[in-house]
Design a protein around this ligand. Structure first.
Ligand SMILES: NC(=O)c1ccc[n+]([C@@H]2O[C@H](COP(=O)([O-])OP(=O)(O)OC[C@H]3O[C@@H](n4cnc5c(N)ncnc54)[C@H](OP(=O)(O)O)[C@@H]3O)[C@@H](O)[C@H]2O)c1
Length: 263
C-alpha cells in the first residue's frame, strides 16, 4: 500500500498516518509525509518505523510551492511507486475580518494553502496513478465550507472552494479509475481547534476521527461529513434561507484573529 499525506506533522494528518501504519503493518506500507516542520515529520517517521513493514519518506515543504511538491512526488514514485492514495490534509485556519488591511495577507495565505495547496498536492501524482490503473485522491475540506461563518471569511471561502474543486475533480478523474473523496470534518481536537475558546459541538479526538476517515476513504465515499451528527447539521445548514442564517449567526463566536507570523 502506498499513501502520501500532506499536513502530516500534526493533528488529523499525523493521526491518519499512525492509523494507516497500524492497519498495514502486516501487509506493508510506504507512506509519504509532507508538511513544513521537518522535526515533527522526523519524529513521526521514527515512531511509525518501529512497526514492521512500514517505510516512511518525509518531505519538509510548503504546499504553496508546486515545484517542491513535484519534486516530492517524483521522489516518492521513484522509491515506492504510484500512490494508491493521496490525502491533501494540509490547512490553516485563522479568524479574518475584511475591514482590516493587515488581514489581506491572511486571506491570501489561507486561500493559497487550503485551495491551491490541494491542487499542487494532487497534480504531480495523477499521471503515475492513471498509468498504474487508478487510485484515490482525498481532500480534507470542512463543515465551515457549507455556509459562510462570520469572523472566518477566508477559511469558509477556502473550504467552499475546496468542496467545489473536489467535485469537479471527481468527475474529471472518473474515466481514469481515480476516485475522489471529499471529507468535511466538524470539530476535531487538534492544535487547530485548541485555540478556540467557544463550545465546539460533537468535538471528536483526532485518533477516533482518523478511524472514521479511513472507513469513509475505504468505502470510496464521494462526500462525507464526520462526525455524522455534524452531517445532519450540515444538511440543515445548506437549506436554511439567508435571512434565517443571518439571524442564527448573529451571536456566533468568532475565531480569534491571531498573529500572522506563520505566513
Ligand atoms: N480540527 C478540526 O476541527 C478541523 C475541522 C475541519 C477541517 N479541518 C481541516 O483538517 C486539516 C488538518 O487540520 P488539523 O485540525 O489537523 O490542524 P493542525 O493540527 O493545525 O494541522 C495542520 C497541518 O497542515 C500543515 N500545514 C499548514 N500549512 C502548511 C503549508 N503551508 N505547507 C505544508 N503544510 C502545511 C501543518 O504542518 P506545518 O505547520 O508543519 O506545515 C499541519 O501538519 C486542515 O485542512 C483543516 O482545515 C480541521
Amino acid at each position: 500500500m502506498n499513501v502520501f499525506i500532506t499536513g502530516a506533522s500534526s493533528g488529523i494528518g499525523a493521526a491518519l498516518a499512525s492509523a494507516y501504519a497500524s492497519q498495514y503493518k502486516n501487509q506493508g506500507l510506504n507512506i509519504g509525509l509532507a508538511a513544513r516542520r521537518s522535526e515533527h515529520l522526523q519524529k513521526l517517521k521514527i515512531l511509525l518505523e518501529t512497526q514492521p513493514n512500514i517505510r516512511c519518506y518525509i518531505y519538509p515543504l510548503d504546499v504553496r510551492d508546486h515545484q517542491a511538491l513535484a519534486v516530492a512526488a517524483g521522489d516518492f514514485i521513484m522509491h515506492a511507486g504510484a500512490p494508491d492514495m493521496v490525502i491533501a490534509c494540509a490547512g490553516v485556519s485563522r479568524g479574518t475580518l475584511t475591514e482590516h488591511q493587515e488581514d489581506i495577507a491572511a486571506f491570501q495565505a489561507v486561500m493559497d494553502i487550503n485551495v491551491l495547496g490541494m491542487v499542487h498536492t494532487f497534480q504531480p501524482f495523477i499521471t503515475a496513478m492513471r498509468e498504474a490503473g487508478g487510485g484515490q485522491l482525498v481532500g480534507i475540506a470542512s463543515v465551515a465550507g457549507i455556509r459562510g461563518l462570520p469572523g472566518a471569511g477566508a477559511y469558509s471561502a477556502s473550504k467552499a472552494a475546496a468542496i467545489s474543486y473536489l467535485e469537479s475533480l471527481r468527475v474529471e478523474m472518473s474515466p481514469s479509475n481515480i476516485a475522489v473523496t471529499t471529507i468535511a470534518p466538524g470539530y476535531i481536537r487538534t492544535p487547530m481547534t485548541d485555540v478556540n475558546t467557544y463550545t465546539m459541538p460533537f468535538l471528536m479526538d483526532a485518533d477516533v476521527a482518523a478511524q472514521k476517515f479511513i472507513k469513509a476513504i475505504a468505502g470510496k465515499r464521494r462526500f462525507v461529513v464526520i462526525p455524522w451528527q455534524m452531517g445532519w447539521l450540515g444538511r440543515i445548514m445548506k437549506f436554511i434561507p439567508p435571512v434565517v442564517w443571518d439571524w442564527a449567526m448573529k451571536k456566533a463566536p468568532y475565531k480569534p484573529r491571531l498573529d500572522w507570523d506563520w505566513l
